[in-house]
Design a protein around this ligand. Structure first.
Ligand SMILES: Cc1ncc(COP(=O)(O)O)c(C=O)c1O
Length: 399
């Protein structure tokens, strides 16, 4: 909690001129090491007999390092996470009417992957405390047509994988056996669950190295991790026209320049996460005791990577009042927040039409209550304090 006097001082002191975004456009930092790695990868490609190659080194090196980091047998590098989600769904060979349960409070990518693979999206509610796909709600939505549970490690925190595994075992599909649990960790690279890195648990896990994410490979990039040899071979083959195993595929390859940068970013990832966590913990202290907001929750068995710092306003402040806070932070303090995310079907008619009759009141309410306040590994302690002081100031004005 910040005292009124301290808040006045912090606001007077001001913040850097940076217009912090709720989801900054560069999620980490780049140093000379990344630049040197990229240039070296380019230089060694200048010979006609070498070129940029087909999945050439250091792509396999990056995959090996990433698999080791997550503790998985395989890692397959891709041009972004979206194709990895598509591959995960296509691997299941969904038949018309086969259902996959995904959180409604979500980015569009995983539901689109279900739809693209010919499956039926079944929306699940999220737990209002953790914002993760709620296992109790999942259990209610399982039917004989359910093939997979497709949680998102939302906003940097691990989803409760063991709870989904139990449900998957309890409700096996008649033909395919236990339901498959596949994780979308696009926003959670580097987070931990029960002492293991996210990616270790789950039939397949998909990561993003898009410019905004916890680590970034020159703007785009992704990875699929799995312990399953067949699934890994399927992804490896599908990422380049299905050449290896004669499956359908297109080109979703990562370049060697991206992989060279990815190796450097991976070596820095834990320090990025440490910085995010330090800022978040300090913020938790500074914002403690403000009745109108609930701060991000971190279960004892998880290490949140704080890709986003997600706040909920109290139910009475949902909608308009939440929007006013965001507007005041922007207008008066140049602090931009983001709503990540309202139920996907509210944003995309395509998905709303595909899921007619499925509307989730709790997710809709959460979509009117949540907002994400900027956090970034390179944010100074002063800016972190300023953001907290400004937020309290806005809330007090709106009381
Ligand atoms: C939850 C989630 N899943 C998937 C993606 C897709 O990632 P990419 O841009 O690497 O395809 C994103 C990207 O924003 C995301 O936030």
């Amino acid at each position: 909690m910040i005292t009124t006097d301290a808040r006045t001082e912090i606001l007077k002191r001001g913040k850097t001129s940076l217009a912090w975004e709720g989801e900054p456009l560069l999620g980490g930092t780049y140093g000379e090491e990344e630049i040197e790695a990229a240039v070296a990868a380019m230089r060694e490609s200048m010979t006609p007999s070498v070129g940029f190659g087909f999945s050439a080194p250091p792509i396999p090196d990056f995959e090996k390092a990433f698999a080791e980091y997550c503790g998985t047998k395989h890692a397959v590098a891709l041009n972004s996470a979206g194709p990895g989600l598509d591959m995960a769904m296509r691997y299941l060979q969904l038949q018309p009417g086969d259902e996959v349960i995904v959180p409604a409070v979500n980015f569009v990518a995983s539901p689109l992957a279900v739809m693209g693979a010919g499956g039926q999206i079944v929306w699940g509610e999220v737990d209002p405390v953790t914002l993760q796909l709620d296992p109790n709600d999942v259990e209610k939505r399982v039917t004989p047509r359910t093939r997979a549970i497709f949680p998102v490690h939302m906003n940097g925190l691990a989803a409760p994988m063991d709870d989904y595994f139990e449900i998957a075992e309890r409700h096996p599909h008649e033909k395919h056996g236990p339901l498959v649990v596949i994780g979308d960790a696009a926003r959670a690279t580097g987070g931990s669950y029960k002492g293991e890195k996210i990616g270790k648990r789950g039939f397949m896990t998909v990561f993003s190295f898009h410019t905004m994410k916890n680590m970034c490979t020159l703007g785009e990039g992704g990875m699929v991790t799995t312990d399953d040899d067949d699934a890994a071979a399927f992804c490896r083959s599908s990422r380049f026209y299905g050449m290896d195993t004669d499956v359908w595929g297109t080109s979703n390859v990562m370049t060697k320049v991206q992989a060279a940068v990815g190796l450097v970013q991976l070596s820095k990832l834990d320090s990025f996460i440490e910085s995010r966590r330090r800022l978040a913990k300090r913020r938790d202290e500074l914002l403690e005791g403000i009745d109108e907001i609930t701060l991000p929750f971190e279960p004892d068995d998880c290490e949140h990577s704080y890709y986003l710092y997600t706040i909920l306003v109290k139910p009475e402040w949902q909608g308009e009042k939440r929007d006013q806070i965001m507007k005041m932070l922007d207008d008066e303090h140049n602090i931009k927040c983001v709503v990540a995310n309202p139920p996907v079907y509210e944003k995309r008619k395509l998905l709303a039409d595909h899921t007619k009759g499925q509307r989730l009141p709790l997710s809709e309410e959460l979509g009117r209550r949540l907002f994400c306040v900027p956090i970034h590994p390179a944010m100074s302690d002063d800016d972190n304090e300023y953001i907290c002081a400004a937020l309290i100031d806005c809330i007090e004005k709106l009381r």
